[in-house]
Structure formats: C-alpha cells, structure tokens
Design a protein around this ligand. Structure first.
Ligand code: MG
Length: 299
C-alpha cells in the first residue's frame, strides 16, 4: 500500500508538521509507503490531493475539517477527471485540527499511532459527498445566516470555545442582521427560507446536531429550512440547537432530498453559503448528493 500524506504545517496550532513525521514513521513501520506533502498556501491541499490521487492507494489528511474538506475536494476533482469506473484511492484521516467533527462522527482515534493503525488496517466505509456548485462537502452546507455566522466567528473564539462560538455568533447575527429570503426548490416543492442547512453528517460544529438524523451513507441530504422572516425567531432557532429543540420550533422544516436549487429572490444583497464551515460562494446554487463517492478508512 502507498499513501500521500497531506498536511497544513500551520494546522493544529502548528503541531501538524511534527505529527506528519510521526505518521510517516508509523505508517512505514506498518508497510505503508509514504510521501509527505506540506501545503504552502491556503487551498493548496485541494491541488496536492488532486495530483496525488491517481498514483496512490490512500490519501491521508492530517488536520481538522477544513483540511479534510480540501483534500476530499481534490480527490473529487481527480475522480471527475478519471471518469466512472476508475478505481479511486481511500481517504485516511489523522485528526489534528481545531475542529474535528468528521473524525468524531467516524470514531477515528485522536491519538496519532492509533489513527495510523486504523489506516494500515484497511477497513473502509463508503460515504456520500455533497456538491454545491462543484464545491464538495463531507459535513454540511448552509446558506443565509449560517454562512454569515461562519464568516463572523472570531478565530480566537473558535479555538477557545469551539462549537459555542458558532451558536453565540449565530444568535447575535440573528438579532442584529437583516436576513434576505431565498427560494429552495426540492422534491418538486418550492420553499421560502431565510436560512438553510443541508447535512450529510449529524454533526454541525462540535457536538451540535443541526441535522441530527443525517446519515452520510444513505444517499440523501437532510435539509433544515428556517422559513420565518423575523429576527427574534432566527435567534431562537439557534438557542434551541444545543438541546435539539430547534427542530420543534415553529417555521422549521426538515426534509430529505438528493438535490435542490437555491436562488435569491432579488440580487440586491449577496446571500452567502458555506461548506464544512468555510464560506464557499454566494447564491444561486445547485445542490446535490453524490452517493458513496468516497471510501474512508475507519476503525
Ligand atoms: Mg445522508
């Protein structure tokens, strides 16, 4: 087995570089030939993964959800280029970021040696990938206040308080910002929303499940739409997220869909969307799921 090991040296408060060398040693001890690839600028993990994918059995991502998002986007690009039927590498994960939601979901060990043992053991699970305007996501995409929240979370607060930072920022913005409505077309129905999340995974930011029933292996996305137009209601929605009560709030819809079209009502104000916690673009957007798109090494 051979692997490309991709890491951002600045990830995990600068620990990822040291972890990468431990990973290389640990994997080669277990018979996996490793090629270390450090990123030098933002988004470079996408390119490194795309270029490595055709030549390796495993692409290993060292880092948090941001790094995994980039690596899996690169793997998807390689898959697009290769066309159907061409065998694709597996994804190995060594958690080392600030936020490691996917690793939590999959039960990947947070201890480096144990994460390497999982990779070398070769057991996989086939996961769906979300795709919004060509940008892939493993966890979720969100439009409206959700993307604004991600844009506005102070990085220091994110490190210190993790998921709480998202909720408090979401509540604050719920009160202080105007929320332009947009249209979501899914399953032949048209909905008006001021906020939506499409979850591939149960988890959203840390332990909070905005889409608590989402299953990344069932070939559908779980959509939560907030259809209210008032600010207090939106802040209340966020207040309910830690306890799961948001799903019982008024003006909240929970749907399953394989695809959706999301478009602004007017072009006066940009409406942003995020993927896996990073702002990725602005509406309109075509959203779809790619069932069983990626084989991930799991315990
Ligand atoms: Mg699903």
């Amino acid at each position: 087995m051979n692997a490309a090991v991709i890491f951002n040296p600045n990830s995990g408060r600068g620990r990822a570089g040291a972890i990468a060398h431990t990973v290389a040693l640990s994997l080669s001890k277990r018979g996996v030939e490793c090629d270390l690839r450090a990123t030098r600028r933002p988004k470079e993990a996408i390119v490194l993964a795309e270029h490595s994918a055709p030549h390796v059995d495993v692409v290993v991502a060292i880092g948090g959800d941001g790094t995994i998002n980039e690596v899996t986007n690169g793997m998807a690009r390689a898959r697009d280029k290769a066309g159907p039927g061409v065998r694709q590498p597996m994804l190995g994960i060594v958690p080392a970021g600030t936020v490691n939601v996917l690793s939590l979901e999959l039960g990947i060990p947070f201890q480096v040696e144990r994460a390497c043992a999982v990779i070398a053991a070769g057991k996989t699970m086939s996961l769906d990938q979300g795709n919004v305007n060509g940008r892939r996501f493993m966890l979720m995409m969100g439009a409206g206040i959700d993307a604004l929240t991600v844009r506005n979370v102070d990085p220091a607060a994110k490190r210190r308080y993790r998921e709480m930072a998202f909720v408090t920022t979401g509540m604050k913005l719920g009160f202080t910002h105007k929320h332009p409505a947009f249209v979501v077309v899914a399953n032949g129905e048209e909905y008006l929303a001021t906020f939506m999340v499409a979850g591939n995974s149960r988890w959203y930011a840390g332990r909070f499940g905005v889409t608590p029933m989402a299953d990344p292996t069932d070939g559908v996305l779980d959509l939560v739409l907030y259809t209210g137009l008032d600010r207090a209601g939106l802040a209340g929605f966020w207040l309910g997220v830690p306890s799961g009560l948001h799903l019982r709030a008024k003006k909240v819809l929970y749907l399953h869909a394989t695809k959706a079209e999301i478009r602004p009502i007017s072009n006066d104000e940009p409406i942003w969307y995020q993927t896996d916690g990073e702002v990725a673009g602005r509406l309109p957007a075509h959203l779809e799921v790619e069932p069983h798109a990626i084989e991930v090494l799991i315990p």
